[in-house]
Design a binder for this molecule. Sequence first.
Ligand code: UTP
Length: 274
Amino acid sequence: MEIRKAIIPAAGYGTRSLPITKVLPKEMFPVAGKPAIHHIVEEASLAGINEILIVVSRNKNMILDYFDRSLELEAFLAMNNKEYLLEQTVLPDVHIQYVRQPFARGLGDAVLLGERFAGSAPFAVLLPDDLFVSSEKPAVSQVLDAFTLTGSNIVGVQKAPHEELHQYGVAAPASPGPKGSVFALGDLVEKPKKNPPSNLAVCGRYAFTPEIFSYLKNGKPGAGGEIQLTDAMKSMLGEHPYSAVVIEGERFDLGKEDDYYRAIAWHLNRRNGS
Ligand code: UTP
């Protein structure tokens, strides 16, 4: 079964990027002239996804405005013979809908709000603060390919430096361990303080079968009263087929200032042909 739907959770407070995120959502940080979330929607669209649910909160209306037409702007450009600039405002060809998360109760809670949207179909989740650039295939396409190959739930992972693994969910491959880039998942260890089971950190691209929703509903709030997506994935692991795919390409976590500047530098270098 092909995946045509994706959920993009974008309702968090972006506390790591304060104070700017008081007024400007992290998902709207500009990267190469477009907000970060535009790059994510484009990535999904390139992967054949044609329906997207963006989970927003009260102070994220800017995202809805961005993906809407601006009739005043169109009229202004037409009146001033500047229609050629309309090209700059073209949006990816996908249907986008929205749901509001009333309280930032965690990533798991945000995904659970997509239950009706997903219905009985498998779906992808893309975290909009994880920006991937890849010369080969968009990151989410690699996840969808692994889903088609295995028919199982998929989590995207990437190698991370040992000293950073404690910030991530870390994948423990099932024995006998990975042969290629897709491997059966044995366990997930959330933010291991010591002895991480591998150097493969969970990064923000997933494919789920709809069973995830019952695990999210039955999950108990974890740290900070939040419903954690990783907890639901862990509970699902022993009961449903689960695999991981090592995503090729460079990843930038836009919640980290250094990564944000590196993402801009990457696009600048590409534009300048270096
Ligand atoms: P993050 O933890 O990276 O984002 O969640 P955050 O909470 O906004 O930022 P920090 O950590 O405080 O700086 C990953 C994604 O999940 C969304 C966020 O918007 C982000 O895109 N999210 C997180 C929700 O939609 N709802 C939540 O309750 C939590």
